[in-house]
Design a protein. Structure first.
Length: 337
């Protein structure tokens, strides 16, 4: 008797750092001018065009100051997303968008079973940051959406935005500098603060991943701006991929870089980068999947067919209407029988 090939449902997921997507005439950072109407319309139109090109079932977005601006960009795309949410950046009274730092969000065509925003680190995971004191909360809370595909399969999607490498200088409540930013030793300490903050955020995120995966078979996609490359210490704190090599039980709670898991038929391009810093390409925006999407795993429920990088705009010069990050999209499959 001939083996019947399995039936698959496809799922397009994409991560997009939108570079300060905010409503017009509102100051988001004290040292940056608000968008005027023309700048805002250009940014909405450009973002909408990118969403249209991605045409993803799930959009994980970062750097959103106003949920209403994201909804405007989606409307501009001409695509329909029944669920759009950016916790902490709502614009319905009494809320006036995100304050202090932008937020992460999600837009999806899939049925949404549950959404949860993680604000505090797990107990015991706070650390003292030199000069700043205890760091016990995510600056940009990760957003977990539990989604359901048409054939009934649940999928967890976790959107993240970890602390950047930008030096964290001390300042007062009004934003005035408390340190000599020209002093290179002060700069070294400021960079260390950022590393410590990103490191503890990664460790706290790891706890969330373990809780979602341990002893379950619900697929998980973790995507967003990790602010470091896939094999960095902080990214691997979240993924723990390397542990699989010497501990088979680690597969249950490990994450795998979708780009490296692509099927053999996928064209692995040399242009796999999502950011350019001082002339050098880097991969900061990443998509990781649980072993349910690893074709060779005995717990496999599907696979990663293809990962694409939408980064041509990074060579078009700096412009506030465009993002300074490329967008990353993965085509995933899950068996329906």
């Amino acid at each position: 008797m001939q083996d019947i090939p399995p039936n698959y449902a496809t799922l397009f997921v994409a991560t997009c750092n939108l570079l300060n997507l905010a409503n017009p005439h509102r100051v988001y950072y004290e040292n940056q001018d608000a968008y005027d109407e023309r700048e805002y319309e250009r940014k909405i139109a450009w973002t909408g065009e990118r969403f249209h090109a991605l045409n993803a079932d799930v959009l994980a977005v970062q750097e959103v100051w106003d949920e209403s601006a994201l909804k405007a960009a989606i409307a501009s795309s001409g695509l329909r997303y029944d669920f759009v949410s950016v916790p902490g950046a709502e614009n319905t009274p009494p809320y006036n968008g995100a304050q202090g730092t932008p937020r992460v969000g999600i837009a999806t065509r899939l049925q949404v079973d549950q959404v949860r925003s993680f604000v505090d680190f797990p107990p015991g995971f706070g650390v003292e940051v030199p000069g700043l004191g205890p760091h016990t909360r995510f600056e940009r809370p990760p957003l977990l959406a539990t989604l359901r595909m048409k054939h009934g399969q649940q999928v967890h999607v976790l959107t993240v935005h970890l602390k950047s490498k930008r030096p964290k200088f001390l300042q007062d409540a009004q934003g005035n500098a408390l340190e000599d930013r020209e002093d290179r030793k002060v700069g070294a300490m400021a960079s260390l603060r950022s590393l410590v903050m990103r490191g503890v955020e990664a460790a706290a995120l790891r706890c969330i991943v373990i809780d979602l995966l341990q002893g379950t078979n619900t697929p998980l996609v973790v995507m967003g701006d990790f602010n470091d490359d896939p094999h960095s210490v902080t990214t691997q704190l979240v993924a723990a991929t390397s542990e699989v090599a010497y501990d088979k039980a680690a597969r249950d709670v490990a994450l795998f870089n979708a780009y490296e898991m692509q099927g053999e038929s996928a064209l692995k391009k040399d242009v796999a980068y999502s950011h350019i810093h001082q002339g050098f390409p880097a991969v900061l925006d990443q998509i990781f999947v649980s072993e349910e999407f690893v074709a060779t795993s005995r717990r496999s429920l599907g696979d990663v067919r293809r990962v694409d990088y939408f980064n041509d705009h990074l060579h078009e010069g700096r412009d506030r209407s465009r993002s300074d990050h490329g967008f990353v999209r993965a085509l995933l499959r899950l068996r329906t029988d």
